[in-house]
Write a protein that binds this ligand. Structure first.
Ligand SMILES: Cc1cc2nc3c(=O)[nH]c(=O)nc-3n(C[C@H](O)[C@H](O)[C@H](O)COP(=O)(O)OP(=O)(O)OC[C@H]3O[C@@H](n4cnc5c(N)ncnc54)[C@H](O)[C@@H]3O)c2cc1C
Length: 315
């Protein structure tokens, strides 16, 4: 492996390098100790070059998008955190070709500006397109996978293209979560729509989110919702809207247990929304995990269901 000095010099070829950079500055929940190296990369060729170099040298690396769905360790990261800041975005007819580091909101805006429908639901979701593809981000019954045509990834030294049906997309899931790979570029395909209607829906969704998102730092919904088919209790006792929808919001179960505002250390369940675990001030990963475990235990003891985190916990 390269010496620290050699590694630092090499990393500078690919982008801005910061040493011992606190990850809490780069995550929306504002938690995480120092990354030994944080490299910001804004060009796909450089990203591929850096990935090849690090894998060749056996240096551990972690890919960071917008940091809106991760909970980093209090010990930080030993190795290189790559902040993906590639952001080319090109609209060609009904298609948008987009670098993985482009903000998800820039994709929503580009679709709207070109009178393309299909991304209105995503207005107001933070993070990058790469993070949204890996986690198949979704809201209001839609998700990212629905508009994807192809995904280009770097994996084991090769650039591979996958068609949508090869990506194993599911509820907040994809092949990239299971088999890894760094998402480089995505081709989205949309239908033409009515410009005014697209703008109206987009701004309504942004306004709606302002009321729903807690003001304190978070990583979005912490737990996945539960499919009705996996509900061990009597479905008739659930509110009709959840039976009709076929999913039970994790936040509903947490709120029913009176856990809004429940705190350990600097972390706790939001006062506004049962499925948001927020940083009340100075929270550590250990505080958040203590809250997560306590909530999981209480929900399991009461309902017999195991809550599964949606947020990526990096230990
Ligand atoms: C206030 C708030 C509201 C939210 N609302 C929603 C919502 O409605 N729906 C929803 O689905 N989510 C929501 N989220 C969660 C989050 O915004 C999304 O999951 C988002 O898509 C994550 O993208 P990111 O770039 O921030 O990913 P990050 O948090 O940076 O990374 C998440 C994971 O993806 C990996 N990753 C990132 N980029 C790449 C890449 N290029 N290649 C391979 N792996 C990569 C990381 O290594 C990590 O494991 C919300 C979050 C917040 C804070």
């Amino acid at each position: 492996m390269a010496s620290m000095n050699e590694l630092y010099k090499e990393l500078k070829k690919y982008g801005r390098v910061r040493l011992n950079e606190p990850m809490r500055k780069h995550t929306t929940i504002q938690v995480g100790g120092p990354a030994e190296y944080l490299v910001s990369v804004n060009d796909n060729d450089k990203l591929v070059g850096l990935l090849s170099y690090l894998s060749g040298e056996g240096v551990p690396f972690f890919i960071l998008g917008g940091g809106s769905n991760v909970l980093m360790s209090d010990n930080g990261f030993e190795g290189v955190v790559i902040s993906v800041e590639t952001n080319k975005l090109d609209c060609q007819g009904g298609k948008i070709v987009c670098d993985s580091g482009a903000s998800f909101s820039s994709l929503v805006s580009a679709a709207a500006a070109n009178s393309l429908t299909g991304m209105e639901w995503a207005a107001g979701i933070p993070g990058t397109v790469g993070g949204a593809v890996r986690g198949n981000a979704g809201a209001m019954g839609s998700d990212t996978s629905q508009s994807i045509e192809d995904v280009y990834i770097w994996k084991d030294g090769e650039i591979i293209s996958l068609q949508r049906n090869e990506c194993d997309f599911g509820y907040r899931n994809s092949i990239f979560k299971k088999d890894g790979g760094v998402i480089l570029r995505i081709i989205f395909k949309f239908s033409p729509g009515d410009a005014k209607e697209i703008l109206r829906l987009t701004s309504d969704n942004i306004a709606g989110r302002h009321g729903r998102h807690p003001a304190l730092p978070s990583a979005g919904s912490f737990f996945k919702n539960i499919k009705l088919a996996n509900w061990p209790g009597e479905p008739g006792l659930l509110p009709a809207q959840y039976r009709e929808r076929g999913t039970i919001p994790a936040g509903y179960l947490i709120e029913e247990l009176g856990l809004k505002g429940f705190q350990i250390g600097g972390a706790g369940v939001s006062q506004e929304h049962g499925n948001f675990i927020v940083n009340y001030g100075g929270a550590t990963q250990a505080d958040i995990i203590a809250v997560v475990e306590a909530v999981k235990e209480k929900v399991y003891n009461r309902y017999g269901v195991e809550l599964v985190p949606e947020v990526e916990i990096v230990k």
